[in-house]
Design a protein around this ligand. Structure first.
Ligand code: PGA
Length: 253
């Protein structure tokens, strides 16, 4: 089994003291666990968390990037600035931003290209809504989102980008798709990746996200084409975040 990527999306939660404490607990508990970890605090917490994770087994990620370089873009944070803080990953196209801020696939692709150009690995999120799933549109939706969000995105190596499959209806709800549904969706994503990125698509990591917990992690993360997880709620406690990795490593042993 290849090493899993365990990514924590802290969303807009916490305080400076809490970010530092959580990052320190993750660094401590992740020691010796055979997985790759990345924590994504809010932008306001990057400086604090950067000092805690520096030199540790835990990478630093951001929850969004600006598609443009430095200049007149009020309120945005550029990839060059993020790089200076030591960010090596960036979530782009999370469904909350697609919904709250009407982010399109085209914008998500531009953000992914900006991250890639700065040597930051974009974690590109896609996933269907409950309504789309009920109507049997999952494959079609994933197809459109992935093609659009990868437009002109050309990673030199497979490790340079990550795809996160996050069914919108599974995020923060405690609802999880069946193993068969996750397998089918991720197999479809894999075949699209091979089509769109002939040189690297076979090995690009695909994460599953949506109500992942230590209790369901071993089953989900050992499915075919699931190379890790993007975790919201359960990433806010070091025990459950690292516990997800531990559960998977224990099952594989
Ligand atoms: P959740 O969030 O783990 O709380 O469901 C996942 C995500 O939004 O990335």
């Amino acid at each position: 089994m290849s090493r899993k990527l365990i990514a924590g999306n802290w969303k807009m939660n916490g305080s400076r003291a809490e970010w530092r404490a959580l990052a320190a607990a993750v660094v401590q508990q992740a020691q010796g666990v055979a997985a790759d970890f990345v924590v994504c605090p809010p932008a306001a917490g990057l400086a604090d968390v950067a000092t805690v994770v520096q030199g540790a087994q835990v990478a630093l990620g951001t929850q969004d990037v600006c598609a443009h370089g430095n200049g007149a873009h009020t309120g945005e944070v550029s990839t060059t600035m993020l790089k200076e803080f030591g960010c090596t990953y960036a979530i782009v196209g999370h469904s909350e931003r697609r919904t709250d801020l009407a982010e399109t696939d085209g914008l998500v692709a531009a953000k992914a290209r900006a991250a890639l150009a700065e040597g930051i690995v974009p974690i590109i999120c896609i996933g269907e809504t409950e309504d789309q799933k009920t109507k049997g549109l999952t494959t079609k939706v994933l197809d459109g989102q992935l093609r659009g969000s990868l437009k002109d995105v050309r990673p030199a190596r497979a490790v340079d980008i990550v795809i996160a499959y996050e069914p919108v209806w599974a995020i923060g709800t405690g609802k999880v798709p069946t193993a068969a549904d996750i397998t089918e969706a991720c197999a479809h994503i894999r075949s699209l990746l091979i089509e769109l990125l002939p040189d690297t698509g076979k090995s690009v990591r695909i994460l599953y996200g949506g109500s992942v917990k230590p209790e369901n992690a071993a089953e989900i993360l050992t499915l075919a084409n699931v190379d890790g997880a993007l975790i919201g709620g359960a990433s806010l406690k070091a025990e459950s975040f690292v516990g997800i990795a531990r559960a998977v490593v224990a099952k594989a042993a």
